[in-house]
Design a protein around this ligand. Structure first.
Ligand SMILES: [Mg+2]
Length: 379
């Protein structure tokens, strides 16, 4: 079924898109439907605000990113930024620009993904806007969150001798993107409209690219263990880039051990298959949405008891700079690679939009992690 967006009108479309979003948070006093939403901020809390803009052809490619996954990811990457401040995401607003090749059903699919993300993370959709676009699909999500007064964890608090920790594993989302791009090229070259991409045994890296999760679980475990990181951020642009952000903001240096960087087996296999350097992929891949944080040395034993967190190095004096310690004991200076989702933006007006999930599981089942360079705290 294909319903033209113009047949509903802007208000009809907004009504349709937002009717299945109940408000679950006490702080959401008034949601969609008035001139503005009303949010209550308790006197012992502070409000966190983060925003993220996704542009077709720059941040995603609708030839292989199912729209439901896109909606899910657009929401989750914002949640990840709020968790990375040691906060809890509470509300989002979603603004969408759509060109004429998208139908009401396409937009429904994006909102279905957003709804599942909101359900999984207990977040309320409280507003947004829709508009016609002449440059393809545009999605902008703004997330509001709350944090105990004075307890937000910033990038600038890392101190000499602090341990550097990272959750989960790195590089998988990047290898998932490489896989999707390869299969897309093979499909185009085959000229076969029924071409079936081969994703077997690669589900994890696909899921990491198409349906990342924010590490709410890690924030909860840190709280339970009584650990307050000295500095924290989420890994959206790649470990190298994020380490340099922390070093710069904290005026420190760091040493990270190559053999301590957590990498999944599927990531390693895919890198081998594509003849790519695994450590480079893990250090610079991006879109992992894992948490990178530093803790005092005295928290070492507590960190060791937390599943899914690994200590990868330590903070040094600023004059030592940031370096990767290789397996043979050598040191390589860490540089930001400036990761970009797409070096060659696609011709957006002629591509077909995928309707079905491309092999990853649908974003319904909860699991426990952006690349584009969000700017909160950097500007
Ligand atoms: Mg971030």
């Amino acid at each position: 079924m294909a319903t033209e967006i113009s047949s509903l009108g802007e208000f009809g479309l907004i009504d349709r898109l937002t009717r299945e979003f109940p408000l679950v948070n006490e702080s959401s006093v008034l949601g969609v439907g008035d001139d503005a939403a009303v949010i209550r901020v308790p006197s012992d809390k502070e409000l966190l605000v983060t925003t993220d803009l996704l542009l077709e052809g720059i941040h995603f490619d609708v030839r292989y990113v199912p729209l439901m996954h896109l909606g899910y990811k657009a929401a989750v990457v914002n949640f990840s930024d709020v968790y990375a401040m040691n906060g809890t995401p509470k509300q989002i607003t979603v603004s969408i620009g759509v060109s004429s090749r998208f139908t009401v059903e396409h937009i429904d699919a994006i909102y279905a993904g957003i709804r599942i993300a909101c359900e999984n993370y207990g977040v309320d959709l409280v507003g947004g806007d829709t508009s016609a676009s002449v440059t393809g699909l545009v999605i902008s999500v703004t997330c509001l969150g709350e944090v105990e007064k004075g307890k937000a964890v910033k990038r600038g608090g890392a101190q000499e001798t602090n341990l550097i920790c990272v959750s989960g594993d790195l590089g998988a989302a990047y290898m998932g993107l490489q896989l999707l791009e390869r299969e897309n090229t093979v499909a185009a070259q085959s000229g076969d409209p029924n071409f079936q991409p081969n994703f077997s045994g690669k589900e994890y890296i696909l899921q990491r690219q198409l349906r990342p999760e924010a590490r709410k679980d890690i924030i909860e475990k840190l709280r339970e263990a009584g650990i307050v990181p000295t500095a924290m951020m989420d890994v959206s642009d790649g470990l190298s880039s994020e380490l340099l952000h922390i070093c710069k903001a904290s005026d420190v240096g760091c040493r990270v051990y190559e053999d301590r960087i957590p990498i999944d087996y599927q990531t390693a296999l895919m890198a081998e298959e594509l003849n790519m350097n695994l450590v480079t992929a893990a250090m610079n891949g991006g879109e992992d949405y894992e948490l990178l944080f530093t803790v005092p040395l005295t928290d070492k034993e507590k960190i060791e008891r937390i599943d899914g967190v690994r200590m990868i190095g330590y903070i040094t004096a600023p004059q030592l700079g940031a370096a990767l310690v290789t397996r043979d004991g050598g040191e390589i200076p860490i540089r930001a690679q400036g990761w970009n989702a797409f070096n060659n933006p696609a011709e957006t007006e002629e591509v077909e939009v995928v309707e079905e999930t491309a092999g990853a599981t649908a974003p319904g089942d909860a699991a426990s992690a952006e690349s584009d360079g969000e700017t909160q705290g950097e500007s």
